[in-house]
Design a binder for this molecule. Sequence first.
Ligand SMILES: NC(=O)c1ccc[n+]([C@@H]2O[C@H](COP(=O)([O-])OP(=O)(O)OC[C@H]3O[C@@H](n4cnc5c(N)ncnc54)[C@H](OP(=O)(O)O)[C@@H]3O)[C@@H](O)[C@H]2O)c1
Length: 262
Amino acid sequence: MIPSTITGTNTGTTRVAVVTGANKGIGFAIARQLAELGMTVHLGARDEERGRAAEAELCAAGLDVRFVHLDVTDEATVALAAKQVEEVSGRLDVLVNNAGTSSPWKPPSQTSTDEVRSALETNVLGVVTVTNAMLPLLRRSEAGRIVNLSSTFGSLTAAAENRDPGNFFPPGAFPVILDYPASKAALNAVTLMYANELRESGILVNAVCPGYVATDRSHGHGALTPEQGALVPVRLATLRDGGPTGTFTGSDGTPNGLPLPW
Ligand SMILES: NC(=O)c1ccc[n+]([C@@H]2O[C@H](COP(=O)([O-])OP(=O)(O)OC[C@H]3O[C@@H](n4cnc5c(N)ncnc54)[C@H](OP(=O)(O)O)[C@@H]3O)[C@@H](O)[C@H]2O)c1
């Protein structure tokens, strides 16, 4: 069950959300859950066919979901997406930076520079591009919220201690891979910097690991369903005014999740 933690200040108006990479996986589940809470959801997808199919599925369930073409690595599509959201909705209340990528797991010494660059472009620079494009619209909100989909793999504390705070990997067996953890560690830094810049504005910015979720990215393996993985991101997207900002939370299948070390 989704927690009813919708912010109070905008009560009576339809809240507006953008979710990137929302045509499948955790992003699709987040889009669905936000729309089920009554929001207008702009469903971001880089591929029009996949995006329209996801939009059709959620609209068929009676939800207010609108496809928006958005490749987070393509500044032109991001700018057009922001324009579309402005034309349709006039402002933005919730931005969920969900789109993410990684190469197959391999040790750092066998990872190419191009693989690292690709992870950084989508998982870090893409978030910066989208956030900066959407911020003028978020500043028009009475209760802006930004949620960044990070990972326990981005926890420098976990890497330094060789310990998985999510307990999916046994102590001493924290995965030794390069591109994805480096990108999510950078995303955590990005999250904190936006949180600090926006602290006085009331826009809350938080990072979340959705847990080990069965999606295409995890090749169908995972302890949680996408719906379970979406719970904490949705809670952070619907925090009350004055709620936490600059936090890192992990999913354990419950809406509250657990605090993660940076
Ligand atoms: N699954 C897990 O266990 C897990 C754990 C920790 C963190 N996460 C994070 O959770 C987020 C969602 O993961 P997921 O498991 O749902 O992955 P997924 O099933 O592979 O879905 C990823 C989504 O991101 C989109 N995407 C990739 N590159 C994009 C780009 N340049 N522009 C726009 N969209 C792009 C994909 O679009 P296409 O369909 O076009 O490829 C897809 O919609 C990611 O940030 C991931 O790092 C996942």
